[in-house]
Design a protein around this ligand. Sequence first.
Ligand code: SF4
Ligand code: SF4
Length: 242
Amino acid sequence: MAIINQEKCIGCKICQTYCTVDAIMADGRKCYIDQERCTECYVCLRQKVCPKNAIEPIELNDFYKQFQHVMSDPVENHGVTGVTGRGTEEVKTNDVSGRVIKGEVGICIDMGRPGMGVYLRDAEKVAMVCASAGVKLANSDHTPLAALMPDLTTGKLVDECHNYHLLSVIVEGKCPEAILPDVLLALKQVEKEIDTVFSLGLIIRVDENGNAPVLDCLHDLAISYPHRGKVNVGLGKPLSIA
Ligand code: SF4
Ligand code: SF4
């Protein structure tokens, strides 16, 4: 946990401009860290921004604090998935992993942004509407958030984690193409009920003519989308041809 040593702090406020979520507060002649808002991203520590070395680390003994730090600090490596950043490859490696096959849509909901962050209670709301609409949420082999989700079929997170603030977190899973409209409508509804932003990635395999039927679905629901593609030529031998 990052704290500001009040004996050393001279209240210059230099650190405030570096905090990723505006968690450093000025209190008279000193600054302090709002621990409810801090994401434990450690930018303020890693960048050595304080001229008085007043920002100090304290060992993270609490499981949820450790989770918060690993998810928010991009140089940390997630222990189970072995992936840095937010601990998931999402489905960027789908050409090799084959997690999403033809007829399915991979769902990747990227919640929170620097400057805003995301509380886990909001990640729960999004995960629950996805599960309710028929998304099969990814398990903890693939995504860290599942470690806080005792029952993947509901998307509910353990109550103890609700008030932890992360820089960003990814809710991911997959569903049959046929129910994608239900999932999209559920997301359009829940976006009004959360205190952060998210972007939605849809992962599909195009058909033999290069067409992607899910684009019609987006069009029907008036959801705008950028045209993006990633072609990892020669980066791996496909394990799945489905
Ligand atoms: S940069 Fe250091 S001395 Fe200046 S306000 Fe922040 S903690 Fe205090
Ligand atoms: S650890 Fe990150 S969120 Fe917390 S005070 Fe430092 S920069 Fe801000």
